[in-house]
Write a protein that binds this ligand. Structure first.
Ligand code: COA
Length: 213
């Protein structure tokens, strides 16, 4: 059973991360005020999905500069710690993107989130969010991404009225499709090309959808 912790301020979060016993558990998420839902940490035995902190820049650079990670997901490897810091300050700075922290080490080892699909080329329904993720290579094939995705989906089901999510993976990256399928996504039967993705030209994307309601 996953646990959910509301956190209101970034400063408070930093302190509370050092003192996990201070976290307040919410038993019924549907009764949590909206303002509190906005910044939640989602915790499982192995993982904590939490906001990105600027202090994560070194681990983000370490793992996101790996040429085997970003290009599989349609983005270029990070070139410098400054670039990783800028990604934390911009791309990751919202309420629907989480760092995947490995509880045993406290290190951010991946990212997961959802957001508007309008900028990508997937055949999304009107307003249908897109979800995405990556995990650092040393942690692959240990069920970590599946656990993180299941946790985020649990949260979305409990706290939003999102009807469905769309996602896709390059056909040459079947592991990602396997993660989606393990979490209930179904292939729509469509493939598409998205040239806005890094190395997206000539790389078909297999489209999957999860019906939430
Ligand atoms: C895709 C990715 C997120 C998976 O993370 P992970 O933590 O290793 O995922 P899990 O361990 O939960 O599940 C991986 C599944 O893929 C399977 N798999 C691994 N390599 C595979 C391959 N070449 N072909 C088919 N399945 C494969 C694993 O066996 C496992 O399935 P199983 O549990 O049925 O055995 C990770 O490889 C990654 O970050 N890749 C680079 C970025 C990326 O691709 N992001 C997604 C973009 S759409």
């Amino acid at each position: 059973m996953n646990e959910f912790y509301p956190i209101n301020e970034i400063e408070t979060m930093t302190i509370r991360l050092e003192q996990p016993e201070d976290y307040r558990e919410v038993e019924d998420l549907t009764r949590t005020p909206f303002a509190e839902k906005a910044k939640l940490m989602l915790r499982t035995e192995r993982l904590t999905l939490r906001p990105w902190f600027e202090s994560d820049a070194d681990s983000l650079f370490k793992y996101a500069s790996d040429p085997d990670v970003g290009p599989r997901a349609g983005w270029p490897p990070h070139n410098s710690m400054e670039e990783s810091l800028e990604i934390i300050r911009t791309v990751f700075h919202n309420d629907s993107n989480w760092a995947i922290e490995f509880n045993a080490t406290g290190e951010a080892i991946g990212a997961i989130g959802y957001g508007p699909s309008c900028e990508c080329n997937l055949p999304a329904r009107e307003g249908e969010p897109l979800c995405g993720y990556w995990v650092a290579k040393p942690y692959w094939n240990r069920g970590i991404c599946t656990e993180a995705l299941q946790t985020m989906l649990d949260y979305i089901r409990k706290t939003t009225d999102i009807q469905s999510l769309i996602s896709g993976h390059f056909v040459d990256n079947p592991a990602s499709g396997r993660v989606m399928e393990k979490c209930g996504f179904q292939p729509t039967g469509e493939t598409c090309i998205d040239e806005t993705q890094y190395q997206g030209k000539d790389r078909p994307i297999r489209v999957l959808r999860l019906e939430l309601k």
